[in-house]
Design a binder for this molecule. Structure first.
Ligand code: PGA
Length: 260
């Protein structure tokens, strides 16, 4: 297998972990993965833990990510955080357009698009989440939904910026439910996503963009998912809250990489 793309395994801790607990978890992850650099490993703690986790990952191969940003750089947006404010903690990535933000905070593709542009302007690499609900899947609308989300969230993104983009395909029905898309179902959607990216940015750029799968990825299904041609990593929720299960997924990617 030769994908030419570096696997990226990111932990989305969501609204979990105090700053003390975050330090413990980040420490344990770093100890377990050592200095391996063949796979990108990213930790996305809540804002209250960003400063603490930033100090822990400094000097290690593990990268820091945020879970959200506001598109403006500063101003009267009570409760929000900008890319500009985050930059002092040296994050590399930011998760944008997660289905929980779309659902509970009514985020639209147009608003997510503003955030994507702000992320690039602030030197953050967006992990753009897209995915269909169960109802949409059952009515045969998966590809249509994913197409609309991707095009709507990537308006005005340049081909050059696109190379720093990561897309996460997260079928909503698989998030936190224990139901995982089969590797074949996931691969089919990942393949379509790459076609859409190719249409937007050209084939060469599309071949370089990494597409993660997210939705109940666990140590026991990671290998089968990650071995698919167009699955270049995982966005991990529940299993990222435990150092052992998270690093087992990282190690599945490391071992696939070494087989290439
Ligand atoms: P899960 O969450 O691994 O708990 O399903 C994934 C996500 O929401 O990013």
């Amino acid at each position: 297998m030769d994908k030419h793309r570096k696997y990226i395994i990111a932990g989305n801790w969501k609204m979990n972990k105090t700053s003390g607990e975050s330090v413990e978890l980040a420490d344990a992850v770093i100890k377990e993965i050592g200095d391996q650099a063949s796979v990108d490993v990213v930790l996305c703690p809540p804002f209250t833990s960003i400063a603490a986790v930033s100090s822990v990952v400094e000097g290690s191969p593990v990268k820091l990510g945020a879970q959200n940003i506001h598109p403006a750089s500063s101003g009267a947006y009570t409760g929000e955080v900008s890319a500009e404010m985050l930059r002092y903690f040296y994050p590399t990535y930011v998760i944008l357009g997660h289905s929980e933000r779309r659902k509970y905070f009514n985020e639209t593709d147009a608003f997510i698009n503003e955030k994507v542009l702000a992320a690039f302007a602030g030197n953050l690499k967006p992990i753009l989440c897209v995915g269909e609900t169960l109802e949409e899947r059952e009515s045969g609308k998966t590809l249509e939904v994913v197409d609309t989300q991707i095009r709507g969230c990537l308006v005005d993104v340049s081909e050059k910026d696109a190379e720093n983009l990561v897309v996460a395909y997260e079928p909503v029905w698989a998030i936190g439910t224990g139901k995982t898309a089969t590797p074949q179902i996931a691969q089919e959607v990942h393949d379509s996503i790459r076609h859409i990216l190719s249409d937007l940015f050209g084939q060469e750029a599309a071949q370089r963009i990494r597409i993660q799968y997210g939705g109940s990825m666990k140590p026991d299904n990671a290998r089968d998912l990650l071995s698919q041609t167009d699955i270049d990593g995982g966005l991990i929720g529940g299993a990222a809250l435990n150092a052992k299960s998270f690093t087992d997924i990282v190690n599945a990617a490391v071992s696939l990489d070494s087989e290439e």
